[in-house]
Ligand binder design. Sequence first.
Ligand SMILES: *Cc1c(COP(=O)(O)O)cnc(C)c1O
Length: 341
Amino acid sequence: MTAPPVDLRSDTVTRPSTGMRRAIAEADVGDDVLDGDPTTRRLEARTAELLGHEAALFFPSGTQANQTAMGLLAQRGGELILEAGAHLLHYEQGALAALWGVQPRVVAAPDGRLSADLVKSAIRPRSPHLPTTAAVAVENTHNSAGGTVLPLESMRDIRRTVVEHGLLLHLDGARLWNASAAAGVTLDAFGGEAHTVMVSFSKGLGCPVGSCLAGSRDLMDRARTIRRRLGGGMRQSGILAAAGLYALDHNLSRITDDHARAARLADGIAALDSVHVVPPETNIVMIDLLRDSADDAARRLAEAGLLVVPFGFARIRAVTHLDVGDREIERAVNAMKHVLG
Ligand SMILES: *Cc1c(COP(=O)(O)O)cnc(C)c1O
């Protein structure tokens, strides 16, 4: 019998563990649209506190939570300043335009790390000829840049610039857990620098479903209306929130294991002269192929029992997560040596 493939396509591929499934089965539930689900309320309160905000709201997906934030912060015809590789721009089905009529004002930053100066350069002066800047969004860690961390000092500087201009700042923190662990910065220190913060439970924390948006009580009251409008009003959502609570108790503190394994994977193939490996800061390893196309390499790696995703023409992405251990990393290194070496 051959072993199942090592799946490094994303940290979303994890299956809920036995303990998590038990927590789901035992969750105390109510109707969250009618008068509140007790488990969902617990997760929301705990997440708000973790992120340094007054309130949080549970969502079925990070995309819906991000877009709800856009509904709060942006206005039709206004501009959203964001980094050129942002999830909000590339992976949300054009929702900025389709839902809110927002015009993206894109700024390319090295390694996806926006700075206060870059943000400042994109803020429109008041003029009858120019569009109005509505809001700013940052992503931490930055997915398409390879899980890079935006340092706390940069977040602070950006926040200051944003506030000086009377704007609002959104933090897409689907992987803020990873940023916090890698930088040694608490979640509330990062979270407190933005007006709205999105975090995902379905990435490194290993939950089947769920994200939260955090912010002031006033913003979250308005967010509830937008969430309902987007179809995100869920009934016995405690079934899902229980997984989030379980993950905060059991899976958050181990996220550094994923970073160590990403580093091991990168080190293991660094000597191959057919690739250039970007040294990972967190759990995402970007591998530039010097000989193969990404599609071809991904296909041949799959045949050798390793799943990765093509990321552009000559780059593949491998992501470590809860469901891969040291043994799987060893197999991944061997498959890459065999196929790409
Ligand atoms: C995954 C992700 C999202 C959206 O999450 P979904 O739950 O897949 O909608 C948002 N931002 C970033 C940076 C992500 O990686």
